[in-house]
Structure formats: structure tokens, C-alpha cells
Design a protein. Structure first.
Length: 144
């Protein structure tokens, strides 16, 4: 956050905004400064201005690290599963994945806390292929 605050001071009006989709907005950037801002290292490896489709639609509550009611750690788990799924399938349309660690639904997903046993990656891949038109990456590469 300190680095994002520095960018807001240097390139914008010193203001950061957070959206309900967990995005960060740096308002009031002059067009002439945009190219230089986009070369900042944190925007190349941590906070991508144009993340992959699945990462773009990912929302997770704070999880048990910061919430006493959460049953599971959500943020790191959501990131890891999404990164692994993106390596396995190509998605061409927006998909929103919500991770909620307890019945309060702070992750904006369906109510109820769920314990997942085993590997969640194949389950998500199967859902994306079956219901959202995702294409397995090995098939996508073989079609070239």
C-alpha cells in the first residue's frame, strides 16, 4: 500500500480508491504521465493494469487471517487456485469467482462456509470447460 500511495502522490492527486470488486484506482492521472506510470515495477509484477480474465473476476473476503468468523484462509488460496487454473485453461469471456470464508458472505458469493477437501483446481477447470466455454491450453496450443 505504501508503494501504491507513492504512485498516487507522484502521478495522481495523492488519492487511492478501492472498489467493491477489490480493484485499486489511482484517479486524476494526466495523460502525459500514463506511459511512465505503467512502467513502474509494481504494475508489472504485482498489480497488473490488465490482469488475465480469471484474475480480473476474482473476489475474496479477508479470510481467517483477518476475520475471526472465517473458517479458511481465502486470499492466498484464491490466488493460487486461480493461477493454476489459468495455466490449464484459456477463458475468452469474463468469469467471476467469489471466495467466502464463512456464512457472512463478505466475498459476495453464496452464503455458507464450505470446507473443501482435495484438489480444487480440477473441479474449477471442469466447471469452466463445461459451463463457461473454457478451452484446455494443450488443445488450444495443438490447434495452431
Amino acid at each position: 500500500m505504501d508503494e501504491l500511495a507513492r504512485l498516487a502522490d507522484e502521478y495522481g492527486s495523492g488519492e487511492l480508491r478501492l472498489t467493491v470488486e477489490q480493484n485499486i484506482v489511482i484517479p486524476n492521472i494526466e495523460n502525459s504521465m500514463l506511459e511512465k506510470l505503467l512502467r513502474e515495477p509494481i504494475l508489472k509484477d504485482r498489480f497488473l493494469p490488465e490482469p488475465p480474465i480469471l484474475m480480473k473476476g476474482l473476489v475474496a473476503c479477508t479470510g481467517n487471517q483477518f476475520c475471526g468468523q472465517a473458517i479458511i484462509e481465502t486470499k492466498a488460496r484464491a490466488m493460487k487456485v486461480t493461477e493454476e487454473v489459468e495455466r490449464l485453461v484459456s477463458v475468452s469471456r469474463p468469469v467471476r469467482m467469489h471466495w467466502t470464508g464463512c456464512p457472512n458472505t463478505c466475498g459476495q458469493g453464496p452464503g455458507g462456509g464450505y470446507r473443501v477437501h482435495g484438489d480444487l483446481v480440477p473441479v474449477v477447470v471442469d466447471i469452466l470447460v463445461s459451463h463457461f466455454g473454457a478451452v484446455p491450453r494443450e488443445r488450444e496450443e495443438g490447434e495452431d
